[in-house]
Design a protein around this ligand. Structure first.
Ligand code: ADP
Ligand code: MG
Length: 323
């Protein structure tokens, strides 16, 4: 069945959602209207996912919807913001009702999970591309700015790194894995990353700076160091790598995936030593690990990686759209 633009909006995107007292107007007018609660600031972030650049052509509508929301929420998490609202700009080659049903159901599933409301968007015909803007609230002092790392801070990452990259290589048939469970596990890590929303909000109160790892640890931590005018020493033996990767692959591979490929959407943050007790208490509320991988140094000392106590020469790679 084919729908017009307006039928697509009302049929698939104008759904009943939980009420929100700050929302004066949602979908259906020329703009949405939102009231910002006193003493809060609005965190705003946008990410676009384009076919063949950000996702493979054969991705399911469910996985595409999930990933679009997850990577956007990850940006708010890296700021320490509570996600509240989103707008969806969707461009697609045709109005395919089955595709739209699957996409929108998965989209609202993840939105509901994180209490986020869809308040507007745009619907167009063209090559498949999805742009989401997300809006969150936070107290100004809790913002995890990239520019706020301090010399002496400890550097941490959440969860484990490298599995999403392995999953991507499996999907691209560059990595052959016979064990079906492991294959599916790695693919899931790539397609369904978990945004560290609650972790980011909790870190907002105690950490100094943060970033989400989308382009590989070296590139993303590099942004914090550049913005904060600092250096760092990182112990590669401390990088959290799952048993699945250490059992099945060589360290030169999984470290490359963790350091240079990314898409793990874990958080990398820096925290002052005086707040480590608070971090250790906070950690108990979460199932994932928080691992210290190094510390922030004066800028003159540079960005140094150590492996088995030896300094490593490395090339800064990371993902760059125009490379
Ligand atoms: P306009 O022509 O003023 O841009 P539209 O016809 O594009 O308005 O949209 C009508 C209403 O539907 C607006 O409130 C808009 O935010 C919303 N909308 C359009 N596309 C989407 C979408 N994909 N998801 C959610 N809301 C949408
Ligand atoms: Mg419009």
């Amino acid at each position: 069945m084919k729908y017009t633009e307006f039928e697509i909006i009302s049929q698939y995107f104008q759904r009943n959602q939980k009420k929100d007292c700050n929302e004066i107007k949602g979908i259906g007018d020329d703009s949405a209207l939102i009231k910002i609660p006193r003493n809060n600031v609005l965190a705003i972030s946008t990410d676009t996912l384009v076919e063949c650049t950000h996702f493979l052509r054969n991705i399911s509508p469910q996985d595409l919807a999930y990933k679009t929301v997850a990577v956007n929420l990850s940006d708010l998490a890296a700021m320490g913001a509570v996600p509240k609202w989103t707008t969806l700009s969707i461009t697609m080659p045709k109005s395919d009702s089955l595709w739209l049903e699957k996409f929108s159901t998965s989209f609202f599933n993840i939105l509901n999970k994180y209490n986020v409301r869809l308040i507007g968007g745009d619907t167009n015909c063209g090559p498949l591309s999805i742009t989401l803007s997300v809006f969150g609230l936070l107290k100004k002092n809790n913002a995890l700015l990239r520019s706020n790392a301090k010399i002496g801070d400890l550097i941490y990452v959440t969860g484990t790194l490298g599995e999403s990259a392995a999953g991507l290589f499996v999907l691209k048939r560059k990595l052959l894995i016979k064990n079906l469970n492991i294959r599916n596990y790695l693919i899931k890590k790539h397609l369904n990353p978990i945004p560290r929303v609650l972790e980011g909000i909790a870190l907002g109160k105690i950490a100094n700076s943060a970033i989400d790892i989308s382009d590989g640890l070296i590139s993303d931590l590099g942004h914090i160091l550049n913005n904060s005018q600092c250096g760092a020493n990182i112990n590669l033996n401390k990088i959290p790598i799952s048993k699945i990767l250490t059992n099945y692959f060589k360290s030169k591979h999984y470290l490359d995936w963790a350091l240079n490929i990314g898409e793990d959407y874990e958080l990398c943050f820096t925290i002052s030593k005086k707040n480590i007790k608070k971090l250790n208490l906070m950690k108990k509320n979460f199932l994932i690990n928080f691992t210290c991988i190094g510390h922030v140094t004066p800028i003159e000392q540079g960005f140094n990686l150590f492996y088995n106590k030896k300094k490593i020469i490395f090339k800064k790679k990371g993902f760059n759209h125009f490379n």
